[in-house]
Each structure stands twice: as C-alpha cells, then as structure tokens.
Design a binder for this molecule. Structure first.
Ligand SMILES: Cc1ncc(COP(=O)(O)O)c(C=O)c1O
Length: 382
C-alpha cells in the first residue's frame, strides 16, 4: 500500500549504501572486524562494558534468559502489553512467563507493585519492557530485584538512546536487549544487541551466540586460532558484517533522529490538547529521556477503533495497535503454565490504544494532518 503517511519510515541513505559496498568489496561477510567495531561503538555510546551483536531482538532476549540460567520450573515476570517475542523468549527456555499489569492508562510500563505481587518461590527474574521507548521505573524494579534476589532483563527493543538518571536504557539491569528490526529507531533490517557490565555474563552470551564454540571462524581466518572446543549448547545467533556496517552508520544518526522523534511527540501532544482533548495521551508526563519510538493514544472508550483505523487508511494514514495483550492470544490462553489472573489496565489499553505515525522525517504539518484526520474519523465513527 502506498501510504501518504506511513506508521514508520527508515532513515537510510548514501552512507549506509557506501558502508555495505565497502563490506562486500572486503570479501569478508560474516561476523568480523566491522561487527566488532559496531559492538565497541554501541558499548561506548551506551556507556556499558560489553555489547554483543546478535541476529535479532528475539535472539537477544533468548540469549539473555539462557545466560542467566533461566529454565524449566522457573518463572519470569513480564508485562503482557508488549510484543509476543518478550514472553516467547522466556518460553523457549522452558520457563513460565507470569504477566504483570501496567501502571495506569497514562504509564504503559509494568507496575512495580504488580511485579512484587507476582513473586513466588519459583520467580527467577523480572523482564521489563520500556514501552514505546519510555523508561520504566527502574529504581523501584531494582529495589524489588535486590529484596527478592531476582535477575533483571531489560527488553529495550523500543528504547535505544533513551536514558534514566543518566544511565542508558538497557544498562540498568543484568542484561539489556535491543532490536534493530526495520521499524525501530535504528535499523539493520534484522539485527539486535545484548549488553551487560558483567564479564562472566558477556563470556556466556558470546559462547551461546555461536554454538558454544571457543573460537570463531573469524579468529581462524585471522590465523589467531586453528582449533576449537564446544563447551555448551549454543545457537547460531550471529550478526553479519553487512548489517553491522549499516548499524554503525545508523548509530551515528541515532541521537539526532531520537531528538526529532521527541520534538514531534510534543507537537502531537500540543495538537491533541488543542483539537482533541477527549483523546488520552499516555506518557504525557514521563521520567528520564525517552527514545520516543511510538506515539500511543487512547481513544474514547465508546469509539470504534476498527472504524477509526479504516477511516485513517482511506486517507492514506497508517495506524497500528501496541499491543493486543499477550495473555489473550490463543496460544497463551491454552498454555498450561498460564496464570489466569486478569490484567484490567492492560486489557483496557489493549481495547483503546491506537498508535499513530512517528518517524524523524515527518513534518509538523504531517502531525497536524494526522490529528485533524483522527478528529474527523472519531466524528464519522460515532
Ligand atoms: C518490545 C519488543 N521486544 C522484542 C522484539 C523482538 O525484536 P526482533 O523483531 O528484532 O526479533 C520487538 C520487535 O520487534 C519488540 O517490539
């Protein structure tokens, strides 16, 4: 579909093309020196000791769970208001996701209170998700983790470049996980990163990423090693040089693009206050520095979201829903380990949330058009 205003758009230009060409001409395509450079630059910008590039954000989450020793019989507390990958990664290890409700209609991050209430003798870790790039209450989550001796994984798929109290999102926990999927704030097409300040976890993550092998093909190509041992059951979750080259360029654009996203979010909020005050604005107020990945709004409870989305579509404006709650999906309804608690705030957000277009190349005029078209859509659907 040829959208007039798509939901998301990439910022890819001649620098990415040149970087890819350089890799192709180098004739070394899999994990090597460009990937190492990408990891080092990512770690430097996030001010974290270790960064390891991986195949995608889901692989990052799976590796994080494995490296922390999460497995059958364990429970991990996670929001239901997130992409299904967060909970799936827990299930890949045989552990059980236990869903915690979000704070409120205006703060769509997991509630520390709900986290504490969900703790059982089987709880091993808390997986938080910085929804839309807006920071979770990490000091409160950390205090709970310390009190009950739990690990923390940050799903920072939306949050690259965000901060709280001067600490990069993704770096508040044992392991932070990023996604560079095509619609994210920085992209490599498919790709991801795990970060940690622990030498031991970094070593485990590195082994798990590449079949548990003690040396890489790159080391052997460099003449640095001729043999390898396999010391644990690992995976092929590596990233290649082509994507790493794109990632390095994208990383250099991140701060400017995030700033543009934050500015556009403010333009949206001001326009809603003026034109459509009946629409509620999650993260109108928020802690820290947001990566402003998404622009979520809550439609009035009586509005037909389906009709609104159809109306916007008829005007060439793409919209989406973040998220249909995971605990309501068929596969999670029938999952034996599923806790049957209701999550009232998550479910209300799941019914009323609408995500509007947000990407750095949008103009304030585009934002105004989206808001006035949404006003028309709401009038039309009544
Ligand atoms: C919150 C969240 N977690 C995890 C993922 C998984 O990332 P990927 O698509 O790179 O596997 C995504 C995105 O797609 C996401 O939005």
């Amino acid at each position: 579909m040829n959208w007039r205003i798509p939901l998301a758009d990439v910022d890819i230009g001649s620098a990415e093309i040149a970087a890819v060409q350089k890799v192709l001409e180098s004739r070394w395509l899999t994990m090597g020196s460009v990937t190492r450079q990408f990891e080092q630059e990512f770690a430097r910008q996030m001010n974290v000791k270790h960064a390891l590039a991986v195949a995608n954000g889901t692989a990052a989450l799976h590796l994080a769970c494995l490296a922390l020793g999460i497995g059958p019989g364990d429970e991990v507390i996670v929001p239901s208001l997130t992409f299904v990958a967060s909970a799936n990664a827990i299930r890949y290890t045989g552990a059980t996701p236990v869903f915690g409700d979000v704070v409120s209609l205006l703060d769509l991050n997991i509630s520390p209170l709900a986290v504490e209430k969900s703790i059982s003798p089987r709880t091993k870790a808390i997986m938080v998700v910085h929804y839309g790039g807006y920071p979770c209450d990490m000091p409160a989550i950390r205090a709970i983790a310390q009190k009950y001796n739990l690990k923390i994984i940050e799903d920072a798929a939306h949050a690259v470049g965000g901060e709280l109290e001067g600490i990069s999102l993704g770096c508040w926990s044992d392991i932070g996980c990023f996604s560079f999927f095509s619609n994210k704030n920085m992209t490599t097409g498919e790709g991801g990163m795990v970060v940690t300040n622990s030498d031991e976890l970094a070593n485990r993550l590195g082994l798990l990423r590449s079949h548990g092998m003690t040396t890489l093909t790159w080391d052997r190509h460099q003449g640095r090693a001729s043999e390898y041992d396999v010391v644990m059951l690992g995976y092929n979750y590596r990233l290649d040089e082509i994507r790493s080259a794109i990632g390095l360029v994208q990383l250099s654009k991140l701060e400017n693009n995030n700033e543009q996203r934050r500015k556009l979010s403010h333009v949206y909020h001001a326009a809603f206050n003026e034109v459509l005050p009946e629409v509620e604005l999650p993260f109108k107020d928020y802690r820290g520095k947001s990566a402003a990945h998404l622009l979520p709004v809550l439609l009035p409870a009586a509005a037909s979201r389906k009709q609104v989305m159809e109306f916007l579509k008829s005007r060439g404006i793409q919209s989406s829903i973040h998220y249909p709650p995971i605990h309501l999906f068929s596969i999670y309804q029938t999952f034996a380990g599923q806790n049957k608690r209701s999550l009232p705030v998550t479910e209300e957000v799941g019914r009323r949330e609408l995500t509007l277009p947000l990407y750095p190349a949008m103009t304030p005029d585009d934002v105004a058009l989206v808001v006035t078209t949404l006003k028309e859509a709401l009038e039309f659907s009544q």
